[in-house]
Ligand binder design. Structure first.
Ligand code: C5P
Length: 340
């Protein structure tokens, strides 16, 4: 039995880094958004034991360090299944890019495994296993516009907002997420500050305070988006698309302040997207991918072609609503586990 699953990428619509935690992770506040760019994952099960990863891209590990391997190993144990699993990864997304490629691959492998075995895990169990493999896996079990908190692994489906055209640029640069977090701590003095706060036994460390402002902004946007989505009268000046309302609320990605100084060409890409008329442009996650949101598909395609001429790897795509995401993951078969 062989199952083909599309593994869609995500972008981050704002990302706020909070306090470093005792477990080495950082508190995060972000809005994830799935987009139309994707890899393809084929999962087959046969008699025997073991997990085999096949991928033509030499940068993709084929051992137990691969996220697909790790999630399938955990899922097989949880399902008490004893088959041999072969996972073929057809890579189209950049390997290290801030688009959650490896995380999306793992979730696609998990969903494909369930189909191939004709067995399924409860949604909460899938979320738990996904979070064990990585902070930005669970979002791909929700799809669409998703609120991410905790270390990014606590996910909440937001309203299914209309799709928007976007351009994704994937520079050749590889940014280490771990190093980017460490650099953030260094520039924000979080290490010493948190230690001092803990020593004073304050209950609310200061880095949590900086999350209050974006939390309030997000709540205001959510209540506005809910009103317009539910048919209630929208307030004057509301943008044509609630996603634009979110970005106009002044969201930002904290990683830009540590990644741009180290890789100035990424700042250049953001400026090029803005100059080309992006309604909003940003680094995605810790990079190196950047995206720009555009008013129309035609505008996005024109800008992507222009950037390609300038030597950048740029693709026009669109944000995927939750409904679109789930109908495309299995190429038409519906497997929605969340719908709001
Ligand atoms: O969970 P994930 O494997 O994506 O995390 C990669 C690394 O990024 C972690 O080992 C940690 O150093 C850092 N990280 C963090 N805080 C988060 C998420 C990731 O410090 N919220």
């Amino acid at each position: 039995m062989s199952v083909t699953v599309r593994s869609f990428a995500k972008i981050n619509l704002g990302l706020y880094i909070g306090a470093p935690r005792a477990d080495g992770f950082h508190e995060l506040l972000t809005v994830y958004q799935t987009i139309g760019l994707h890899d393809v994952i084929r999962v087959s099960v046969e008699r025997g034991r073991g997990i085999e990863i096949r991928c033509r891209d030499p940068r993709v590990p084929r051992d137990e360090s691969n996220t697909c391997f790790r999630i399938v190993e955990k899922a097989l144990a949880a399902l008490r299944a004893k088959e041999r699993v072969i996972i073929v990864i057809e890579k189209r997304l950049p390997v290290q890019g801030g688009l959650g490629g490896a995380s999306a691959n793992a979730v696609a492998a998990l969903l494909g495994l369930e189909w191939a075995l004709k067995k399924s895990l409860p949604a909460t169990e899938k979320l738990r296993i996904a979070a064990e493999v990585g902070s930005d896996l669970p979002l791909f079990l929700v799809g669409g516009t998703v609120l991410g908190v905790g270390r990014g692994e606590q996910v909440y489906p937001l309203l299914d907002l209309p799709a928007m055209a976007c351009v994704v640029v994937t520079p050749e640069v590889g940014v280490s997420t771990t190093k980017a977090f460490a650099e953030w701590d260094r520039i924000s003095g979080a290490d010493e500050h948190e230690a001092a706060e803990t020593a004073r036994k304050l209950t609310v460390p200061n880095s949590f305070d900086r999350m209050n402002e974006p939390s309030r902004g997000l709540s205001a946007w959510l209540s506005g988006a809910f009103q317009s989505h539910s048919g209630a009268p929208s307030r004057r000046g509301r943008a044509e698309n609630p996603l634009l309302d979110l970005v106009r609320a002044g969201i930002k990605n904290d990683f830009e302040s540590v990644v741009f100084p180290e890789y100035p060409e990424l700042r250049e890409v953001k400026r090029a997207l803005e100059r080309a008329g992006a309604k909003y442009a940003s680094l995605s996650g810790s990079g190196s991918a950047l995206y720009g949101l555009f008013a129309s598909k035609v505008a996005a395609e024109r800008v992507a072609a222009k950037l390609r001429k300038q030597g950048w790897a740029a693709q026009a795509t669109a944000t995927l609503t939750r409904r679109q995401y789930w109908s495309r993951v299995f190429g038409g078969r519906s497997a929605e586990i969340f719908d709001c």
